[in-house]
Design a protein around this ligand. Sequence first.
Ligand SMILES: [Zn+2]
Length: 299
Amino acid sequence: MATEHQFKPLVSEQLLVPAEDLPSDGDRLWRGHRMIWKRPASWVPQLSAWLAPRFRRDGMRRLKPGLFRDLCWDDLDWSRTLEKCLTADIDYHTEELAEAIEPAILRTYHGCRTADAGIYHREGLHTHDRPAMIKRLQAIVEAHPELQAEKDRLPEAIAAVDNKLDQGRVFVVADDQALITEAAHYLIYGSEWISSVLAFHRHVLKKIGAPTLLEIDMPLIMSSFAARREFATQMLREWTRLTCNQPDWSAPINFTFTLRVNIPPECVIRHSHPRELVDPLAHFSTYRVLKAECANCRS
Ligand SMILES: [Zn+2]
């Protein structure tokens, strides 16, 4: 719903100024282009340039860029607002965008717990390999005297966790805000599968290494078309919200890419160790990190 509250009126010419020097064809526009969701300046001009020829003749008049609309950031009406301005229905343009961004690169994030994040810089981030995870689990049990009694019960505990969804997959997210505030258990306890098998001894996992946030420049060609289409939907909605409401904050999307290939080490840009996290497995209490560093930080 549009309101009378109109601030900093934005005419279409102003909207397209940052896009003026960009190539007009989609392939040159997106090939190798690096996007960071929470930094709209890294993708909004490209999307403006891509959208410009798709606007109806009176599209900008319909959009009224700069006119505040009283909608939540995740309201579906952002798609309908944009659709009224375009030459075809929103699903068509969303699929076109999903194809267009295939050669682009998106900054993504992965949460884990490790004693040495250097392994990700050296070997990349691998899909869940169950035999390798069982070996890691056995090593954890071996290394902690308080778990010795669990040794014999381990095969039974493994069988009880009937989760095959992780196998052959690795998950990265498009925005670290949701990972830190809603899903920090990946950073506090590490592997969800190991954490499930050791559900009654989870505290031991907090003794290993440090909570770690990996930043990964993921080539979007590594993701499925369906995931890119869903992400394109989010891009178009957010572009419309940013163009209309001109907020000074980006939408905190909770968006996960499920990959079936290993992420090579050159895509792992950096890692960090957050000092304070909210633990969803402990009634959302605050978890303060005593040692926010790993072997790689100290070397
Ligand atoms: Zn480190």
